[in-house]
Design a protein around this ligand. Structure first.
Ligand code: GDP
Ligand code: MN
Length: 377
């Protein structure tokens, strides 16, 4: 789960990261009042759950409350990567002498928390990783011991030769680690962590993603979910009990079981197609679930065909077939569907589909190839 910068700032502050004062506002007038209260200069920042707001024009400095109102007015209603800005943060601006990147993720290879720091902060860290990977220092942390003193020295000395600044940064890295672990985060990032000309250190951006599987342990954090800024398909899928991840391809996929869903996507790629999504309709799939799945997939304008790949166990193929017929009628489908059904009640499913355009494919490979052909048209 992603949370907004304003909430991530509050969580970081709770764990001891120095964060400039700020207010969340919904209008230009409120921005003016917030700027007057906080003290100018301020920075006005779009609150959307996507990165690169700065580049998109969603982060603007203001020298007076009047200017803050004007900047907030311009940012509110702006479209950033498909999301309309409804809230802005007005934060005390700081002077920047240096910008660092500091962040944490779970490292799959070592199966441990990984801390990354870089003196090349402020900009897109993926870009730094691509062009100058040597500028990113990575430290794998054993959760039994925490950050070891030599690891801490390696990170802080790579960021600053100044002892005082290195000490402040060290404190912030320790807080970042504590926050990451305590919150069951999957990602925690401060980009940039800045040093002012006077030698103060501040976190002026904040990003935290929480592992969905850990949310039950953090009801206060779970309440921070903002569905209005999440992908609509993913929200609807969660409500319908489906696992759904949107991708960029043209072949919509409706599959039961995460393993089969992965195998289906792999096979689509293998034969030269591009999946439009990952979707697992789960076990006992009622016709309703098929209908919801169809609706979610069809919202994506890139989808040229839908491949339904069902291995009937607890899931009954006849239920799925009924769902497909209903979906076709109710949604007035005009794109080709490719079906592959096998397992429990397969014969009944074939009966149900007889005489429709939905002739089941004999094998998964045939189904995938037919879907790739259909997506080319
Ligand atoms: P992002 O683009 O979504 O990552 O948004 P950030 O919060 O990281 O802001 C983008 C950029 O705006 C930063 O890298 C800074 O260069 C600039 N910026 C943000 N806050 C301040 C501030 O308080 N003072 C100054 N001088 N620049 C800021
Ligand atoms: Mn940033």
């Amino acid at each position: 789960m992603k949370i907004h910068e304003v909430d991530a700032r509050a969580l970081f502050a709770k764990y001891g990261v120095p964060v400039p004062p700020s207010r969340l506002v919904l209008s230009a007038d409120e921005a003016r009042a917030a700027a007057a209260e906080i003290g100018c200069p301020v920075v006005v920042k779009a609150q959307v759950l996507v990165g690169g707001r700065g580049k998109a024009g969603g982060v603007k400095l203001a020298a007076t409350p009047e200017e803050a109102a004007a900047k907030a007015g311009a940012i509110l209603g702006m479209d950033i990567k498909g999301i309309t800005v409804e809230k802005v943060l007005v934060a005390r601006a700081v002077d920047i002498a240096k910008e660092f990147y500091v962040g944490m993720v779970i490292d799959r290879r070592s199966r441990k928390p990984l801390m990354m720091v870089s003196p090349a902060g402020g900009i897109d860290i993926e870009e730094v990783a691509r062009t100058t990977p040597e500028k990113i220092i990575k430290v794998v942390i054993d959760p039994i011991f925490g950050i070891l003193p030599f690891q801490m020295r390696r990170m802080t000395s790579s960021l600053s030769g100044d002892k005082e600044i290195a000490k402040k940064v060290g404190g912030i890295l320790a807080s970042l680690y504590k926050a990451f672990m305590a919150l069951d985060a999957s990602l925690a990032e401060i980009n940039p962590l800045v040093v002012t000309p006077a030698g103060e250190v501040w976190a002026i951006d904040a990003k935290i993603n929480i592992d969905d599987s850990g949310l039950y342990r953090h009801t206060d954090v779970a309440a921070l979910r903002d569905e209005s800024s999440e992908d609509r398909g993913e929200v609807e899928a969660r409500e319908a009990g489906l696992s759904f991840v949107k991708l960029d391809g043209t072949i919509g996929c409706i599959v039961n079981g995460a393993g089969l869903a992965m195998a289906t996507m792999d096979m689509i790629k293998h034969f030269g197609g591009e999946p439009a999504n990952f979707l697992d309709i789960g076990g006992s799939s009622s016709p309703d679930k098929v209908l919801s799945a169809m609706r979610i997939i069809l919202r994506d304008g890139n989808v040229k065909t839908i491949l339904i790949n069902i291995f009937g166990g607890i899931t009954r193929c006849d239920d799925v077939a009924t769902g497909l017929i209903e979906a076709k009628r109710e949604l007035g489908l005009d794109i080709p569907l490719v079906v592959r059904l096998t397992g429990t009640n397969e014969e009944r499913a074939r009966e149900i589909l007889k005489g429709t355009a939905l002739t089941p494919a004999a094998t998964m490979e045939e189904g995938v190839k037919r879907a790739i052909e259909a997506a080319k048209r």
